[in-house]
Structures are given as C-alpha cells and as structure tokens.
Ligand binder design. Structure first.
Ligand SMILES: Cc1cc2nc3c(=O)[nH]c(=O)nc-3n(C[C@H](O)[C@H](O)[C@H](O)COP(=O)(O)OP(=O)(O)OC[C@H]3O[C@@H](n4cnc5c(N)ncnc54)[C@H](O)[C@@H]3O)c2cc1C
Length: 484
C-alpha cells in the first residue's frame, strides 16, 4: 500500500457514498470466513450498488495501489473471501449489486447481478416458469458472483453441469476499473479467446464479476426422490450405473453419504428425521422427468425394484410428497452444519474417476486408520460427478483443534498422494483459496502453474486482486489463524 489513508477513505466514500464504506470493529461477518478458520482485518468494507460504482472503487484502488478482496455471500470454504490481517486491503462486498436484470424466456436465459443470492435467482426463474438448476446447500446465502468465481458444483451437476456450464456471458470490472460487457446470451460465439472461462473459477484473482447471463431450462413435469441403503461403495457405484441405464438424462441427483456423516447429523440435529435405519452407505437419488409424473414414477420404481432384486441396495424409502422430498434433501444438506458443530475437520473436496472411487476409499480409509487410529472419516458427496467430500475428523474425545494442528499436513499428504495415484484432482468444486494454495504449488504441473501465472500477470499486472489466494504469494500473507 503506497497511499495516504485519509485520501483513500474520501475517494472510496465519493465512489459509493459514505454509508457504504464500513470501518472499525463489528465487521466480523465480513472479515471471518464461514468455517471460522480465517479472520482477517480490512482497511474498509466497501459495498457498491452498481457496476459503475464497482468500476469507480477499482479505479480508486488502482490509483492508491490498494489490494482488493471481492466477496459475495462469504460462504466459500477455502479462505478466499476474507481479507488478510494487514488492515490494508479493501473488502469489496457485492451484496448490494443484487438485481435480476432480465429473463429471456424464448432464449432460456436470465441476466443476474453478481450479488444476487442464488436462491433469489432460482425463485425469479421459477416465477417465470423456468428452472435455474444450480443448487447447493449454501443457496440461501451464497451469490451468483461467488458461485461463478468458485465454479460451484452442487447437487444437479450430473444433469445440468456446474456453474461454468450454466454461464453464457459475463460482465466484469478489470483491476484498472474498466468494464468488459460480455453479457451475451449466445450458445455459439467463436470470436477468439473465451474470456468468460478465464474469470469463472478464478476466485476473485483476475477481476470482479458484476453480472452474468445464466442458462435456464424448462421445469421438469415431475421429480421423484428416494434414499437407498448400500453395504459398500462398490454397491453405490453399481447403483449409479443402474440408474444411468434406466433413467439416462432424467437422473438429476446422486449423492452418497457414509454412516459416519449421518451419525454427526443424528448427534447434532436429532430432530431431523432419518427415514432409513443406519447403513454403511446411504444414497440420495432423484429422477426428474420432462414427460409426466406417471412416467417418472414408472422409471423410478422399476429402478429401485431392479436394485433391490439384484442386491445392489438393501433398503429404500421413496418420498411420497414434495415435503418428504425436501426433508430428504434437508438431511443431506445438514451434513455441513453438523460437521461445523462437531468442530474443525480436515477437508478434502476431491474428484476421481467414478470407477476408481471404491478402491480409493478402501485403500485410503485403511491407510488413515493405520496412521491415525480412531480417526473418523466423514465421507459424503456427489458420487454421480465423481466428487467426494472426504473429510477427516479427529478421534472421539480428541480436541478438533489439536488434531488439526498436529496432523493436517500428514493427513493431507496421505490423501492427496492417493487422489493423484488414482487419477484425481485435489479440488473438485470448492476451489483453492488459501487452504490449498501450497498444495497446488506442490502438486500441479509446473507448466500449468507457469501458464496460470502468465494469465495472472497479464490481467492483474500489479497483483492486487485477492493476492495470495489460489496462486501463492511469498512470503507470509498476514493471516491470523483463529483457534476453533
Ligand atoms: C453449507 C455449505 C454448502 C456448500 N455446498 C457447496 C456445494 O455443494 N458445491 C460447491 O461448489 N460449493 C459449495 N459450498 C462452497 C461454495 O464455494 C460457496 O457456497 C459458493 O459458491 C460461494 O459463493 P459466495 O457468494 O458465498 O462467495 P464468497 O465465499 O463470498 O467468495 C468465494 C470466492 O469468490 C470470490 N468472489 C465472490 N464474489 C465475486 C465476484 N463478484 N467477482 C469476483 N470474485 C468474487 C471471492 O473473492 C472468493 O475468492 C458450500 C458452502 C457452504 C457453507
């Protein structure tokens, strides 16, 4: 930072209005991440209300050499949405930039501002009789801009793709404060490098997304949801294959949950119903049908009967109402909260070829148990996408903080060695942020890292956008680790 603080403050206030520049104490909601793992301190939290105001703030920051951390709903899980501990960064919160600008029913698109809460965007699409299929447990708080910046996945990737695949156009403000209007709703546009794909998944390190054009779909005529019990991960994969054969593109959800994950929900939220008796693995599957409710039911019941007859599943509970279906999804989505109640764990959001998942789980579970006796494997995830949340919780009775402090590097090394040996990725949908920055340096190909640094240098030459996240900044970043 090479600036006079008073001039900076006045310039920021002039850009967005004094009421939208927050300073001092009481800013924990902005400065601490969702997991309560990182707590920084901003020079100021700035809340612009329009694209022009975002551009004005970025011009001020460029003029004063100030670093900028973009923030949406602050639900990210890798420590990339909060400032460092220096007290010099501007935290740019997009929450006021939250309008649905347009819905084009004939083009099946909607244009939404970056700070729009995902659920509000879903509801706007729904009111127009259409479906915005991006869906995740944080949808009541996360924003479209955050979803795109992390290339969020969620529960319907199997059928509709992740945030990247749902986005047709972007509006972006560059670090110098220029506005790129790429808000096209085109499905075909081969006019050179597709800049949209650079910004999607860039975790605020290249510029600020201010609006996006998202794909919409016709709403399905009917959905059927069930929970099914399996004895092993192999059986879960066999059920996935059967479901893909029987339901094809109608299969919209396929989530696996280990009993360890469900046991945390039972402990912390005993009021949440669990329709099946405990089983080693539970699958939540959903079929959504464009034709009719009868067709959906026929496909679904045929699938479950075949799975029971062949011994792929041992039990099933079918939702017989929308309320029951919601309750099943609520159970699945409560796992993150239950983990948070249990205390910090060592998170691994990993991707693997589906065919390798049974071997990965068997070998890695055994290796972890041997190295860290009593360790609890809170394993769940989007099996249909080959994405596991393979989280490692310390043994019962051991302080979560102590376990994390003593064993995180060794646990990570063991898990990531196994992930790469099985042809997987160290980050499936949560991103890199601060959490996996060093791991990325160690594990990604030097050629790929070099290309990433070249892109960063070209688009953010002063290295002011979310520095130290995704691509390591050396030395130290000034973060204060917060004891859980
Ligand atoms: C309970 C829970 C469940 C979750 N489930 C899933 C899941 O199923 N799938 C999944 O993929 N993720 C999941 N997540 C994590 C996920 O990354 C976020 O929930 C969401 O995508 C982030 O949106 P946000 O608005 O909160 O972004 P933030 O947390 O505010 O920011 C995330 C990153 O994006 C950047 N950013 C935010 N807005 C902008 C912008 N407008 N322009 C440029 N950069 C920006 C930030 O700098 C940061 O790097 C979950 C999180 C929680 C808490």
């Amino acid at each position: 930072m090479n600036t006079d603080m008073h001039t900076l403050l006045s310039a920021l206030q002039a850009a967005v209005g004094p009421a939208h520049v927050l300073q001092g104490d009481g800013l924990t909601a902005y400065e601490r991440d969702w997991r309560k793992r990182w707590h920084g301190r901003a020079y100021a939290v700035v809340r612009p209300g329009s694209t022009d105001e975002v551009a004005a703030v970025l011009r001020v920051c460029a003029r004063h050499g100030v670093e900028v951390v973009p923030q949406g709903g602050n639900t990210g899980l890798v420590g990339s949405s909060v400032p460092d501990g220096s007290g010099t960064q501007v935290l740019l919160n997009l929450g006021r930039l939250n309008r649905v600008r347009a819905i084009d029913a004939a083009n099946l698109t909607m244009t939404v501002e970056a700070g729009c809460i995902l659920q509000a965007a879903q509801e706007a699409a729904d009111a127009a009789g259409l479906l915005l299929p991006l869906s995740l447990a944080a949808e009541g708080s996360c924003t479209l801009g955050g979803n795109l910046s992390t290339n969020a996945g969620g529960t319907q990737v199997l059928r509709y793709g992740n945030a990247r695949e749902l986005c047709l156009g972007l509006e972006v403000v560059t670090p110098a404060g220029e506005v790129w209007d790429g808000l096209s709703g085109l499905r075909k546009d081969n006019t050179g490098y597709d800049l949209r794909h650079l910004y999607i998944g860039s975790e605020g390190t290249l510029g600020v997304i201010t609006a996006a054009v998202m794909r919409l779909y016709p709403q399905p005529a009917a959905s059927m949801t069930a929970l099914a019990a399996c004895d092993s991960v192999d059986q879960c994969v066999a059920l996935l294959q059967l479901a893909q054969q029987r339901a094809a593109a109608s299969l919209t959800g396929f989530e696996v949950i280990s009993d360890c994950a469900l046991s945390l929900v039972r402990r912390h939220f005993p009021q949440i119903p669990q329709p099946l008796p405990p089983a080693p693995w539970t699958v939540l599957l959903e079929v959504s049908d464009a034709e009719s409710a009868d067709h959906a039911r026929t496909v679904f019941e045929g699938l479950l009967e075949a799975a029971l007859e062949s011994g792929v599943i041992t039990d099933a509970a079918v939702a017989s109402s929308v309320a029951q279906s919601r309750a099943m999804w609520h159970l699945r989505e409560s796992i993150s909260m239950a983990q948070a109640e249990e205390g910090l764990n060592i998170k691994h959001d990993i991707a693997l070829p589906v065919s390798r998942i049974p071997a990965f789980v068997a070998q890695t579970d055994a290796a972890l148990q041997q190295a860290f006796p009593g360790v609890r494997l809170v394993n769940f995830g989007h099996l249909g996408d080959g994405n596991l949340h393979y989280n490692v919780q310390g043994p019962l009775g051991v302080s979560a903080a102590d376990f994390l402090a003593r064993h995180e590097p060794a646990v990570n090394a063991l898990v990531y060695d196994a992930v790469l040996a099985h042809g997987g990725s160290i980050s499936a949908e949560h991103g890199i942020g601060l959490l996996k920055c060093e791991t990325l340096e160690e594990r990604k190909s030097p050629v790929a890292l070099g290309l990433m640094r070249a892109i960063k240098q070209a688009l953010d030459p002063d290295q002011r956008m979310n520095p130290g996240r995704m691509l390591a900044r050396r030395p130290g970043d000034g973060f204060t680790a917060v004891a859980p």
